[in-house]
Design a binder for this molecule. Structure first.
Ligand SMILES: Cc1cc2nc3c(=O)[nH]c(=O)nc-3n(C[C@H](O)[C@H](O)[C@H](O)COP(=O)(O)O)c2cc1C
Length: 360
């Protein structure tokens, strides 16, 4: 065992925390852990993975503890963190921990945890294959930033969740720095296993569909912050208006950061479109399956097959609808209709950014 700057024997010679954060929650978690490392007088680094090239990740020296902190997206790590872990060099005698922030909720006096899905199992397997020992797996429940689906939490709720979670993250850091194993994530094994098919569906299909709801309204002053800060370079300008390409993972940084609050999720347009398309598809399929040669193929007539065919046809139509919506936005009347039928336009919906935190 090595000694730290205070002369105390330590299990690790150095700690490196790699983090990715969209609205600041995972960055806060990384900073709390770094703070505990600092208190122990150990050497550490804290690195934002969005700023490094995956081909140039340095191989850590033996007895380094490496931490991976990132939000949970669709019951898994977002692609940027998955690729980072996947590209991580093979190691000898190094340990790793995972701390994933997820959507914590507070209902009355109760704190409800988010869902990690396959995140811990996938990451642990990859890291073990790379030679790591797993020192800790910790879900970190902080306010949800998924404003495509729900309004932002109010400040009192945000503060309460932060006060509830910070000591738990600090305790987790103390445990692993003291050489104890902390696998708190495994308590969620039942719900995480049950949700895993959705995690896979979200990874391959869902995340691209959610992205097809973002628009920039006429309040946009073309400052370009959304384009510059997008972690996956998914936003481009088409005919003078922001356009979200298929690289978009609906991480919500653009919408939560826009100084003009000009980015909306087009709830109304998408709802009407989905409703009409599903009705049309069901009707069309029924007509098609009633004619030769399909009508005698009984396996084709099952609900599951109908659902599968409709889902496959649905995707190109959604892509087309997004293009149409983007084109319609150039006409003031449609722009106002699309904007005012977006729930995110209204004050109660709000935007989310984690409270700022600094390493002291
Ligand atoms: C696209 C998207 C998907 C999400 N998926 C999940 C999820 O599967 N489970 C969960 O508990 N929280 C989920 N969340 C909530 C975030 O993980 C959570 O708010 C996290 O603390 C945000 O961290 P950050 O501020 O560092 O980005 C999701 C958020 C977004 C934007």
């Amino acid at each position: 065992m090595d000694k730290n700057r205070k002369g105390i024997k330590m299990k690790f010679q150095k700690v490196i925390i790699y983090y990715f954060s969209v609205t600041g929650n995972a960055k806060n978690a990384a900073l709390w852990i770094a703070d505990e490392v600092k208190r122990k007088g150990m050497d550490f680094e804290i690195i934002n993975i969005a700023k490094i090239n995956n081909q140039e990740i340095p191989k850590p020296a033996a007895y380094t503890l490496i931490g991976f902190c990132s939000p949970t997206h669709g019951f898994h790590f977002p692609e940027i963190m998955r690729k980072f872990i996947y590209s991580f060099p093979k190691t000898n005698n190094c340990s790793a921990f995972i701390a994933n922030t997820r959507a914590g909720l507070r209902i009355g006096k109760m704190f409800l945890p988010g869902l990690s899905g396959v995140l811990h199992y996938w990451s642990s397997l990859i890291l073990i294959k790379k030679g790591f020992k797993i020192a800790g797996l910790r879900p970190v429940d902080l306010p949800s930033n998924w404003l495509l689906l729900h309004p932002a939490l109010r400040k009192t709720g945000i503060d309460l969740i932060f006060r509830h979670t910070e000591p738990k993250v600090r305790q987790f850091a103390k445990n692993i720095l003291d050489g104890k194993k902390d696998y708190r994530a495994l308590y969620d094994i039942i719900q995480d296993t049950l949700i895993s098919p959705i995690a896979i569906g979200y990874m391959y299909v869902g995340r691209y569909l959610f992205a097809k709801s973002f628009i920039s309204s006429s309040d946009c002053d073309n400052c370009g912050i959304c384009k510059k800060t997008c972690p996956v370079n998914a936003i481009k300008q088409v005919n003078g208006r922001m356009f979200w390409t298929y690289k978009c993972e609906s991480c919500m940084r653009c919408m939560n950061n826009c100084p003009q609050k000009a980015i909306e999720t087009a709830h109304g347009f998408i709802l009407v479109f989905v409703f009409l398309l599903v009705a049309l598809l069901r009707y069309g399929l029924k007509q098609l399956l009633a004619i030769e040669p399909f009508k005698d193929l009984y396996w084709l007539q099952t609900g599951a097959i109908e659902f599968l065919i409709s889902s496959i046809i649905f995707i190109p139509f959604l892509i087309l609808a997004y293009r149409i919506m983007h084109w319609l936005l150039r006409f003031r009347i449609f722009e106002r209709f699309i904007v005012y039928t977006s729930l995110s336009k209204y004050k109660f919906w709000g935007r989310y950014k984690a409270p700022k935190n600094k390493l002291t």
